[in-house]
Design a protein around this ligand. Structure first.
Ligand SMILES: [Cu+2]
Length: 740
């Protein structure tokens, strides 16, 4: 008993020593442009070695003896601020806005916001899927082949012209019919945010059109436990879903585990039209573990597993029976604690996608192409690589990031042709003959202030690429086309970009960007063999002699941030040289070739106006594309899209009415493809959220309120979009802090 009392007294004494006579400073650090809270911002006291960092709500707390201090507030990518505080025993509450130091060429949508602020405006918590997330960016449109795995297109460019990464790491699809864009393997509950670059100005990835980077979610930043679970239903496809996560942080370790289950039947398009064979089932699991090796270094292990079955692709000739994805990485972060060298990290990663599809469920006697035979197909893509990145702050407000990025893609795909007539013997085709692609890149990203108001960002990237095919059977088939030049390819590709920013005043920022970039052909464009393309009805063969596709592009941006009005506008032009597309070879066959040139131009605008609890928001996006060599529009360019929304935030509830209008698309590539025109359509969505106390939340809404029957222009074979869809989600959240 005496011992306990002694301990008790000493605890009181020590806390008295710590906090007695000390003054509390609390602060919130935000991004000066978006006013979003910033996590992990360093707060240092110039006089002495005390310091703190902001949590995931942007807050920090410090205890100091009464005196005058200078707080040094610093964060990667932001200008450092020095703030004088004079403590006279009164509690201090600070709000600090940091101005970005890097010219931002990415837009991001945060999935999960701060735990403490469930009605945070920045949190798009209604998002039901990764597709919903991608759709939120004006200028991003989705190609539909099913009610599953929509494929993104940025400013009219897609597939090999844009880049997809998870935490900056490459991932490729396995299906030769583009059933499985890499975006289909990450579920929304695994994600912290999605970063989209429109145009190829940020050269951290190689592309001519832009990039999508899915940033996975970390364990919670506060010590303790939390969990969240959600169950949901959507009426258009009778989708049942369940997802849950558990997060823990101790003194030096942290863990996050999440999983989701989804099952959907065939969906109904507008006017109650059933789209047969369009259901699917999908399971996803993710684990992230972090351990602090010491005060300055940390190791993070990350794994995502994704498993889907029985996916109907009503727009295509086949359905996928099974896909398996394993995505893993190890990251080592080191903080050298030098003012000019604050950050160093290394990542190694591995991912493997396997994909099976067949047409056993289809009536093969009735179809026009490849009639009277079944064609089971298999594909696998294995990608591994390493990234080493170092961040330097060489001078006042200047920023330099050097990255070495290597990856290897191994890809194989084959098919059997099984006639329904027993006297015809089966045939075997290798579609991708064990292609092995190596890519090594050195990237420098440098930002310097020119004056108080002008800044310059420059990106330089050098890629070394080599590739070949190794399956003898498949190599022989392809050599019928390319016997003279062989299948080996080797290229060195320099790329560069410049961005100039002018901060006209506190509310207006203007940017002008220019880029000259190149991208390697995709592995399909280089080496695929006998791939049927529904867009034009031809069988495609790759071309190992393709030159890289090159782009010269420019972008003018205007960002306005007033107290109640905010708006972004950008105008772009993209000239592609050696544009890669299929060239007619014989009545049923095309091969990939470089075309002399193609031009794309357009604009995006988005704006929002806040009055008290009401927000009025809108967006516009337009792209126009032309193939100069063929003298016709580029295929699959989205028409003018307009959105208008009204949102109201009450205490504990939120309601939004949103209208999407898509203009007709009459500019089509009808010489080289079967693309047809698409009529205009309008769609209305109504969404709401309601909080029941601290723990429970209900999300509900109706998408396509008027049950319009329509298809988007980027819908393959004019597959219609879902009709009226009621969705309901019930979310339960729980947390326990171990901090006192
Ligand atoms: Cu497939």
């Amino acid at each position: 008993m005496r011992k306990i009392i002694l301990i008790f007294i000493s605890v009181i004494l020590s806390s008295g020593l710590l906090y007695g006579g000390q003054t509390e400073i609390k602060g919130l650090v935000r991004d000066g442009l978006s006013h979003k809270p910033l996590q992990g911002v360093n707060i240092e006291i110039k006089e002495g070695n005390k310091g703190s960092a902001t949590d995931d709500t942007g807050h920090f707390t410090l205890y100091l003896s009464p005196a005058a201090y200078t707080l040094v507030v610093s964060h990667i990518g932001y200008r450092t601020r020095h703030i004088r505080v004079d403590l006279q025993g009164e509690r201090q509450q600070l709000q600090i806005d940091l101005q970005p130091a890097v010219i931002e060429q990415k837009q991001a949508i945060t999935v999960y916001g701060a735990l403490n602020d469930p009605l945070d405006k920045n949190r798009d918590k209604w998002l039901n899927s990764t597709d919903d997330m991608m759709r939120r960016f004006e200028g991003v449109t989705l190609m539909r082949r099913a009610n599953f795995a929509l494929e993104p297109s940025i400013r009219g460019l897609s597939y090999g012209q844009i880049s997809t990464t998870i935490d900056g790491m490459k991932i490729f699809h396995a299906c030769v019919d583009r059933m499985d864009p890499a975006t289909s393997y990450v579920e929304v509950e695994n994600l912290d945010r999605l970063e989209v670059s429109k145009g190829a100005y940020d050269l951290s990835q190689s592309s001519v059109g832009g990039s999508l980077n899915f940033v996975t979610r970390d364990p919670q930043s506060l010590p303790g436990w939390s969990s969240e679970s959600e169950t949901g239903f959507e009426s258009a496809s009778a989708l049942r879903r369940l997802r849950g996560e558990l997060s823990w942080r101790g003194r030096h370790q942290a863990l996050r585990v999440s999983m989701s289950l989804k099952k959907a039947d065939s969906y109904y398009a507008g006017d109650h039209t059933l789209i047969a064979r369009s259901g699917y089932s999908k399971q996803n699991a993710a684990v992230k573990y972090m351990i602090d090796l010491n005060d300055r270094s940390r190791l993070t292990l990350n794994y995502i597993g994704d498993f889907a079955r029985d996916i109907g692709y009503p727009a295509l000739l086949m359905d996928a029976t099974r896909t398996i994805a394993h995505i893993g990485s190890i990251k080592y972060e080191w903080n050298p604690a030098l003012s000019w060298f604050p950050k160093f990290n290394t990542r190694i990663y591995y991912n493997q996608i396997r994909h099976w599809m067949d047409d056993y469920g289809r009536d093969v006697r009735q179809r026009e192409v490849m009639a009277d035979m079944y064609m089971p197909m298999y594909g696998v893509a294995t990608t591994y690589g390493a990234i080493v990145a170092a961040t330097f702050l060489p001078g006042r407000d200047s920023f330099l990031k050097l990255t070495l990025d290597y990856y290897r893609l191994n890809s194989f795909a084959d098919m059997k042709m099984l006639s329904i007539f027993p006297d015809i013997s089966p045939a075997y085709i290798v579609n991708i003959a064990d292609a092995r692609l190596d890519n090594l890149a050195l990237i420098a990203d440098y930002t310097i202030p020119l004056t108080e108001r002008w800044r310059l960002r420059s990106n330089v990237r050098l890629d070394y690429a080599r590739r070949d095919i190794y399956d003898e059977f498949g190599k022989n088939a392809l050599s019928a086309f390319w016997s003279d030049q062989g299948s080996f390819m080797e290229q060195v590709l320099p790329s560069g970009s410049l961005a100039l920013e002018w901060r006209a005043d506190a509310e207006n920022i203007l940017t002008w960007s220019l880029a000259a970039v190149q991208r390697m052909p995709s592995h399909m464009e280089s080496y695929s063999f006998f791939i049927y393309n529904l867009l034009d009805g031809y069988f495609y063969t790759g071309n190992p002699g393709l030159k890289p596709e090159a782009s010269l592009q420019t972008d003018m941006g205007w960002k306005y941030r007033g107290s109640s009005l905010a708006a972004d506008f950008s105008l772009f032009f993209n000239h592609l040289n050696n544009y890669i597309a299929g060239r007619w070879q014989s009545p049923e066959f095309k091969i990939y070739e470089n075309f002399s040139g193609a031009d794309l131009y357009g604009f995006e605008w988005n704006g929002s106006y806040h009055v008290k609890a009401l927000t009025l928001a809108g967006s516009l996006a337009y792209t126009r594309g032309y193939n100069n060599a063929l003298g016709e529009p580029l295929p699959y360019i989205p028409p003018l899209a307009t959105t208008v929304s009204f949102s109201y935030t009450g205490s504990g509830w939120w309601l939004q009415l949103r209208m999407l209008h898509s203009a007709a698309q009459n500019r089509v590539a009808d010489k080289s493809t079967r693309e047809d025109t698409t009529p205009a359509f309008t769609r209305l969505d109504l969404r709401g959220r309601y909080h029941l106390g601290e723990a429970w939340e209900i999300k509900a809404g109706v998408e396509n309120l008027l049950d319009s029957y329509y298809h988007e222009h980027l819908s393959i074979n004019n597959l219609p979009s879902p009709g009226r869809n009621f969705y309901l989600g019930l979310n339960y959240r729980w947390q326990r802090s171990t901090e006192n």
